[in-house]
Design a protein. Structure first.
Ligand SMILES: *Cc1c(COP(=O)(O)O)cnc(C)c1O
Length: 358
C-alpha cells in the first residue's frame, strides 16, 4: 500500500546534478552547499551520497559538527563562522573552516589559543551588505590574520553575489570587479559563485563554486526550471488519494467554503497539507499529478489534506499516487503558484513526511 505523504529522494539525480555542474564549471572545485538539512533532503544522507564533492558548506557550526559526528571527512566550510571563543574552539576541534566576515572574529582569532590552527575564509562584502568586511576592513583583517598563528596560510577568500539570478542586473558585474580589485592579487584560493553565479556568470567561476539549489535539481532563476539546465529533481513529493466524491453545482469545498463548484465535480481528497510542508498559499489551479495527468488544486489547503478536481481524470481511484512536485512536475512551477521560491518549498518539508531513498 502506498504510504501517505512521502518524499522519494532520487540519489542518482543528486550525483547527476553534481556531475552536470562540474561540466558547467570545469576549472572550479565544488563546495556543495548542504545547509538547512541539505535544503530539506537530509544533510548526512546528501553528504554521504556526494562523495565526489570537493568540500561541503553549512550555515552554522552545529550543522558542521553533526556531519563530522556522522563520519563525513571532506572539508566543511561554516558560512556564518563563529561569534564567540567557544564556537571558534569548536571549529578547531571539529576541523571546520569558518567564514570570517567581521573584525570581531579577527580579534577572537588573535586572542584565542587553539588546539590546532583553522583554515579561514575571509569574506569581502562586495555589495550584498549582509555578511562580509568592507574593502578597508578586509585589508586590515587580511594583514592581521596573515600574521596569526591560529590560522593556516594562505587565507581563503570569498564573496557572495546578491543578484546573480537576474541576468541583466549590473550589480553582479560591479561585485565581480570589486572582488577582482581587492582580492585576486592575494595568494589564497577564491570563491564567488552560488548556483546562479555558476550557471550564468562565467567570470564568477573561480577556484571554488558553491552551488546549493542546483544540486537538488531546481533552478535559481525566476523563470526557468532546472530541467532547462540539464538538472534532475532529487525530491519527488507524493501522497495518495484517500477519498473521491461527487459534488453538484453550488457545493462549497473545505474551510471557508471559498471554492464553490461551478460544474458537477468529481472531487479527490489527497493526504497531504501544510502539516507536511505543502504550501498553504498554493492557489486554486496549482497543478497536481494524478495518473500521469495534471489536475488542479481547488479549495483551501488544510493541515493534512488537499482537495483536487478529478472531473477530467475519471480513471483515478482511491489509493492512487498523487505527485505534488518533483519528477514530472517542476517544483519551480508549484513555487510560482504559491508566490514563493523552490528553496522554501524544499526546506519546509516536515518530519512527518516519510523519506524513501531510491
Ligand atoms: C546558501 C548559499 C549558497 C548557495 O546558494 P544557492 O542559491 O542555493 O546556490 C552559496 N553561498 C552562500 C554564502 C550561501 O549562503
Amino acid at each position: 500500500m502506498l504510504p501517505a505523504a512521502h518524499a522519494v529522494l532520487d540519489m542518482a539525480a543528486l550525483t547527476h546534478n553534481l556531475a552536470r555542474l562540474r561540466e558547467r564549471a570545469p576549472r572550479s572545485k565544488i563546495m556543495a552547499v548542504i545547509k538547512a538539512n541539505a535544503y530539506g533532503h537530509g544533510a548526512i544522507r546528501v553528504a554521504r551520497t556526494l562523495r565526489e564533492a570537493d568540500a561541503f558548506a553549512v550555515a552554522r557550526v552545529d550543522e558542521g559538527m553533526a556531519l563530522r559526528e556522522a563520519g563525513i571527512r571532506q572539508r566543511i566550510v561554516v558560512l556564518q563562522g563563529f561569534i564567540c571563543q567557544e564556537e571558534l574552539e569548536l571549529h578547531a576541534r571539529y576541523g571546520l573552516e569558518p567564514v570570517v566576515h567581521a573584525l570581531i572574529q579577527v580579534s577572537l582569532l588573535e586572542n584565542t589559543r587553539l588546539e590546532k590552527p583553522v583554515t579561514v575564509w575571509l569574506k569581502l562584502d562586495t555589495g550584498m551588505h549582509r555578511l562580509g568586511l568592507n574593502a578597508e576592513e578586509f585589508e586590515d583583517g587580511h594583514r592581521r590574520l596573515s600574521a596569526c598563528s591560529s590560522v593556516f596560510q594562505p587565507l581563503a577568500l570569498m564573496t557572495h553575489l546578491a543578484n546573480a539570478d537576474v541576468l541583466s542586473d549590473p550589480v553582479t558585474g560591479r561585485q565581480l570587479d570589486l572582488f577582482r580589485d581587492n582580492v585576486v592579487k592575494l595568494p589564497g584560493e577564491c570563491s564567488i559563485a552560488n548556483s546562479a553565479g555558476l550557471l550564468a556568470w562565467e567570470n564568477a567561476q573561480v577556484d571554488w563554486v558553491r552551488p546549493g539549489i542546483a544540486l537538488y535539481g531546481a533552478s535559481p532563476f525566476p523563470h526557468r526550471t532546472g530541467h532547462e539546465d540539464g538538472l534532475k529533481p532529487v525530491m519527488t513529493l507524493r501522497t495518495r488519494l484517500i477519498a473521491i466524491k461527487h459534488l453538484k453545482v453550488g457545493d462549497a469545498i473545505g474551510y471557508g467554503g471559498d471554492w464553490v463548484c461551478h460544474h458537477p465535480t468529481r472531487l479527490g481528497v489527497a493526504a497531504i497539507g501544510y502539516g507536511d510542508g505543502y504550501p498553504r498559499h498554493a492557489r486554486p489551479g496549482t497543478p497536481v499529478l494524478v495518473c500521469g495527468q495534471r489536475v488542479p488544486l481547488i479549495g483551501r489547503v488544510s493541515m493534512d489534506m488537499i482537495t483536487i478536481d478529478l472531473s477530467e481524470c475519471p480513471q483515478a481511484v482511491v489509493g492512487d499516487a498523487v505527485t505534488l512536485w518533483g519528477a514530472g512536475l517542476p517544483v519551480e512551477e508549484i513555487a510560482r503558484h504559491a508566490d514563493t521560491i523552490p528553496y522554501v518549498l524544499l526546506c519546509k518539508v516536515t518530519p512527518r513526511v516519510k523519506i524513501i531513498e531510491i
